[in-house]
Design a protein around this ligand. Structure first.
Ligand SMILES: Cc1cc2nc3c(=O)[nH]c(=O)nc-3n(C[C@H](O)[C@H](O)[C@H](O)COP(=O)(O)OP(=O)(O)OC[C@H]3O[C@@H](n4cnc5c(N)ncnc54)[C@H](O)[C@@H]3O)c2cc1C
Length: 407
């Protein structure tokens, strides 16, 4: 499999300055320049015009999942809706799902209000099954039972509040808006440690940033900061890109299949497929070093699109949480720090929406809603061997259940 850079990268802005060395003082430091970090910076600057907001990015803007994503703007969270109902009860599961629908609409509003041309289209999403699928039936029944929006289709369900976007163009637009409002974005500025006193001292490789408040938006890289270790797991996802296909489907919806280990795909503006799926990978000690996509993903793609020509693929790291819910919280031991992490592969809408939630936590001291993802600590998986083994076991079990359901 040819490993290429994400196709979105060509839309990213030119390189930005690095930390100049010495000590930099600011009002708010945001760690991570993906959707979550840039959205937080933008919302903070809108709320507090003139604030000194500095975004610290270890690599380039979009170096994490946001630059590698498939770019499908989806409702829902990492756990499926029937599972959420069992766990939280129908009322709470409905409130949570409605909040994710709002997150999709918020992302669309953000792009519109800030005039970011990122090919964002609320073209809907199809959840499909190539055979009779009890999972799809259960999902449809759950949507119907909770009075949530969906349109039944033969062998599929259409979710009307969903869409696709161009991640590179969105990142470039967010960078432009943040800098226009006076925010400073520093690339090549990896934070090594987060202080525990106020003001908060962030140690970098070549310098220090001292901030009154800090937002941690580092998704799958969070344990590398010594934060939420064993609670947020770096997990590698993979996608492929094809040459333009001859017969794109008329509605141009993003599509995912109804399996536990699902494939998902979308069209680009020039009718190429960006196709993700296969087994997510957790590496020993949570390594985030880049991987190549597995050749098995190409077989999955050709199962759905036999004639598509694969041009290459890439991987990216997400922040996975054992109970598949995000964690957005103002630290109890140091209320000047907020983290917004753990999107579990469903992060385009949620990470973008989290900028407003983080701003509310910092400026008003309260979460916007009483939802289960406003929490300090997702479940802890102790010991590296347990993390590694349990992740592999969970993925293996999902694959087995999927195969059994096909019989
Ligand atoms: C292949 C792939 C496909 C996906 N497809 C979809 C999809 O179709 N739909 C969907 O909803 N979600 C999808 N996701 C998930 C979604 O893209 C992510 O959840 C979302 O982009 C997370 O944004 P973020 O800003 O929280 O994290 P990231 O984009 O990962 O940003 C974190 C940033 O922090 C930086 N950083 C890390 N450590 C430090 C440090 N110590 N100091 C400074 N900076 C640091 C990183 O370099 C990175 O740029 C996909 C993810 C991948 C990888």
């Amino acid at each position: 499999m040819k490993h290429i850079s994400p196709i979105w990268a060509e839309a990213l802005p030119p390189p930005l300055p690095t930390h100049p060395g010495g000590t930099l003082r600011c009002d708010v430091a945001v760690v991570g320049a993906g959707f979550a970090g840039l959205s937080a910076a933008l919302h903070l600057l809108r709320r507090r015009p003139g604030a000194r907001v500095v975004v610290l990015e270890a690599g380039r803007v979009g170096a994490g999942a946001s630059g590698a994503t498939t770019g499908m703007l989806s409702p829902g969270v990492g756990q499926d809706l029937p599972g959420l109902i069992r766990r939280l009860g129908p009322g709470n599961a409905r409130a949570l799902y409605l909040a994710t629908l709002d997150a999709v609409r918020d992302a669309e509003r953000l792009a519109r209000d800030e005039q970011i041309a990122c090919e964002l289209e609320l073209c809907g999403q199809l959840v499909v099954a190539g055979h009779r699928s009890r999972r799809l039936e259960r999902f449809t029944a759950a949507l119907a039972g909770l009075g949530l929006p969906f349109e039944p289709r033969p062998g599929a369900v259409r979710l009307p509040v969903a869409g696709t976007l161009h991640p590179g163009k969105l990142l470039a637009g967010l960078v432009a808006r943040v800098t226009k409002l006076g925010g400073v974005i520093l690339e090549g500025s990896r934070v090594r440690s987060v202080g525990t006193t106020q003001p908060v001292s962030l140690e970098l490789e070549h310098g220090t940033v001292v901030a009154d408040e800090v937002v941690i938006a580092t998704a799958g890289f969070t344990p590398g900061l010594g934060v939420l270790t064993g609670r947020v797991l770096p997990v590698h996802l993979q996608v492929l890109v094809t040459a333009p296909i001859a017969h794109p489907w008329p509605g141009r919806e993003g599509v995912l299949d109804a399996r536990r280990l699902f494939s998902y795909w979308r069209l680009t503006n020039d009718d190429r497929l960006v196709f993700g799926g296969g087994r997510p990978r957790y590496r020993w000690r949570g390594s985030t070093a880049p991987l190549a996509p597995k050749s098995s993903l190409e077989r999955e793609l050709h199962h759905v699109f036999p004639d598509a020509h694969v041009e290459g693929g890439w991987t990216g790291v997400i922040g996975y949480v054992a109970d598949a819910l995000p964690a957005i919280h103002r630290w109890t031991r140091n209320p000047s720090v907020v983290h917004a992490v753990g999107w579990c592969g469903h992060g385009v809408a949620l990470s973008l929406a989290s900028g407003a939630w983080v701003t509310k936590l910092l400026c008003d001291g309260a979460a916007p809603q009483d939802l289960p993802w406003f929490r300090a600590k997702p479940p802890h998986v102790p010991f590296e061997a347990v993390r590694w083994l349990s992740f592999r076991a969970a993925v293996g079990a999902m694959s087995l259940f999927d195969r059994m359901e096909r019989r």
